[in-house]
Write a protein that binds this ligand. Structure first.
Ligand code: FAD
Ligand code: AMP
Length: 475
């Protein structure tokens, strides 16, 4: 069988690339080996099946549960009889995932993408060996191959996975009861989101983070605020805590970690290992194909996602750059358009990062620390949500918006938000940066009142020292 394009992987990078190729009139096949719990093939990759979507579904459910319990204190609504049904919550999450993965299968059909359930391996000359879930191994060929195999959780010797007691992120999205004492190794994005879910549902959560710095990639001021708020909520976050060993005895995990004060021992009922992800490139290409990998096993690509092999591209988590669904999808679209002879580019400087805690954290562009490090002259504007009428009405007053702009040109270099709905607010900053906007552009834009978005407006005004709703500007 011969195609214009074959994609290996049907996560947000591969399935989006396949659909865009088909839209552009290219005969396209998409191979994916993911199976659901019943062993049935499902498209969508990590994002839909064990990542973005199930985690956001549980974050939403658990937040609702917590709000029901808190609302009597601050909105004047006393709720009694609200009960937690974890298996029902998991079923609701599974139904959301099912709807979305079915939707992708429908999109494949509607666009004429041939979906092949099985494992793909790149061979020389854009050939792909397909080992289907059922049936015989075949070799198919294309003019172009897009590799989008994604990533998998990193495992560490100090904490081997053990039944449903020591689990990775996938396991922690499927528990049907709330652990009393939950440990999490790694206080990164995934550790914090999963920790938030289970804390809201009643677990006593301890996060052990090897680094001394909390959220090293985020703006320091935002990370500091986040750490304070998460600790206030009851997350026991221990920094500089390197986990050395774990042992499971009679269903209880005994964990040893080391910090500046020495070695400590803790006991947990369950433990999540959330120490990062690594590319799924083992066996992705045969030796004869001579696909070049970087250190860490990422597929080597240039800025256009071309690999060292003619006609072969790689996108998503398996290549350099942030491991984010939207980054992979945009790479998929750009590669499809380049294959079709169009010009396309991904602006890696305007890719937002989001942490879906409460409050949410979101940012795009450079942090204050990065700008200082590169000697860039910048001006910052800041606005606290405590001064926002809408945030007050919502009783979600924690956090701030911070705008960093180039002192000479006023071009926006970075926007950092911690606060309610930061994941939605950040899109406005992404658009402004994508258009090469200045803080003055945002300052002169009329924002609806009362909205959380006004905090971005005020932070932009504050760059010029003229925010209206704060008594003095803070720098
Ligand atoms: P994947 O989604 O991993 O898909 C790759 C697919 O390829 C898989 O189906 C895999 O089985 C298949 N495959 C691999 N090798 C082969 C092969 N040889 N043959 C056939 N098939 C193969 N990102 C965000 O942007 N926002 C979030 O909120 C977010 N939350 C997350 C929460 C969790 C708990 C986790 C774990 C991740 C989260 N991510 C989030 C990250 C996001 O899931 C990934 O960045 C995204 O899924 C990467 O897309 P991808 O297409 O590159 O790979
Ligand atoms: P992320 O890469 O955002 O998913 O975060 C994973 C975090 O896990 C990183 O901040 C690592 O420093 C942390 N980490 C990795 N190994 C260990 C370990 N053995 N003990 C504690 N934290 C760890």
């Amino acid at each position: 069988m011969s195609y214009d394009v074959i994609t290996i992987g049907a996560g947000p990078a591969g399935y989006v690339a396949a659909i865009r190729c088909a839209q552009l009139g290219l005969k396209t096949a998409c191979i994916d080996d993911w199976r659901d719990r019943d062993g049935l093939p499902v498209p969508g990759g990590t994002c839909l099946n064990a990542g973005c979507i199930p985690s956001k579904a549980l974050l939403e459910s658990s937040e609702l549960y917590e709000k029901l319990h808190r609302s009597g204190h601050y909105h004047g609504i006393a709720v009694s009889g609200a009960e937690l049904d974890v298996p029902a919550m998991m079923e609701s999450k599974d139904a959301i995932v099912r709807d979305l993965t079915t939707g992708i299968a429908t999109l494949f059909k509607a666009n004429g993408v041939e979906w092949i359930a099985g494992r793909g391996q790149l061979q020389p000359d854009c050939q792909v060996k397909v080992t289907p879930h059922n049936g015989e191994t075949t070799v198919i060929k294309a003019e172009h191959v897009i590799l989008a195999p994604g990533s998998m959780p990193v495992e560490i010797d100090a904490a081997p996975l053990h039944e449903d007691i020591i689990v990775d992120s996938s396991g922690a999205l499927a528990w049907d009861s709330v652990p009393e004492r939950l440990g999490i190794i790694g206080a990164g994005v995934i550790g914090l989101e999963l920790g938030s879910v289970w804390r809201r549902l009643g677990a006593d959560v301890t996060l052990l983070e090897a680094q001394d710095v909390f959220l090293a990639l985020a703006d320091k001021q935002i990370a500091r605020t986040g750490l304070r708020l998460f600790k206030q909520q009851g997350l026991d976050i221990r920094l500089g805590a390197l986990v050395k060993s774990t042992q499971v005895t009679d269903g209880v995990v005994t964990l040893e970690y080391q910090d500046a004060d020495g070695t400590h021992s803790l006991e947990f009922d369950r433990l999540i290992v959330a120490v990062g992800r690594r590319p799924c490139t083992d066996g992705l290409a045969s030796e004869e194909a001579e696909l070049l990998l970087d250190e860490g096993g990422f597929v080597h690509v240039d800025e256009d996602c071309s690999t060292n092999l003619p006609g072969v591209y790689a996108i998503g988590d398996a290549v350099r750059g942030p491991m984010l669904a939207h980054k992979g999808s945009e790479e998929g679209i750009a590669v499809a358009e380049r294959i079709a002879g169009q010009t396309a580019e991904v602006n890696y400087d305007a890719i937002a990062s989001v942490i879906y805690t409460q409050p949410e954290i979101a940012w795009v562009g450079k942090t204050e620390e990065a700008l200082r490090g590169s000697g860039t002259e910048f001006t910052s504007g800041l606005f606290p949500f405590a001064a926002s009428g809408r945030a007050r009405a919502m009783q979600e007053t924690e956090g701030m918006v911070k705008v960093l702009s180039d002192t000479a040109s006023d071009r926006i270099l970075g926007v950092h938000i911690i606060g309610a709905h930061a994941s939605e607010l950040i899109a406005q900053a992404v658009i402004a940066m994508e258009f090469g906007g200045s803080s003055e552009d945002i300052a002169r834009t009329v924002f609806a009142h009362p909205t959380l978005s006004e905090a971005l407006h005020e932070a932009a005004l504050d760059v010029g020292g003229r925010a209206i709703h704060v008594a003095r500007t803070r720098r």
